[in-house]
Write a protein that binds this ligand. Structure first.
Ligand code: SF4
Length: 101
């Protein structure tokens, strides 16, 4: 009976510890990053100078990309939705990501 109680208490304590650690260590992900990545051609060719489309999207969000046409395989069908999306989804501080074709 003592072993059962001890294991139950240990399970509860460890479970709470894991829940606390998960809350403290969670990584905030900007959901806009995935959306912008999905609007890009998805070739991951590196012609933009970034390591793949996700890297380019991160550059767009960070202001490291001046114009979307740096994505050489991209066309207006890729650029226009990004511009529209970012106009409707501001940064947490309310500012907008400025990017042009
Ligand atoms: S040039 Fe365009 S398609 Fe190629 S990796 Fe960069 S964003 Fe992706």
């Amino acid at each position: 009976m003592t072993a059962l109680i001890t294991l139950s208490i240990m399970g509860l304590v460890l479970g709470l510890g894991l829940a606390y650690a998960a809350e403290i260590l969670k990584v905030e992900v900007d959901e806009r990053l995935e959306a912008v990545t999905n609007f890009l051609p998805g070739l991951n060719c590196g012609a933009c100078g970034f390591p793949g489309c996700a890297g380019f999207a991160e550059g767009v969000m960070d202001g490291d990309v001046e114009k979307l046409s740096d994505c050489k395989p991209g066309k207006d069908v890729h650029y226009d939705p990004i511009i529209e999306y970012l106009a409707e989804h501001p940064n947490p501080d309310g500012t907008l990501v400025k990017i042009s074709k």
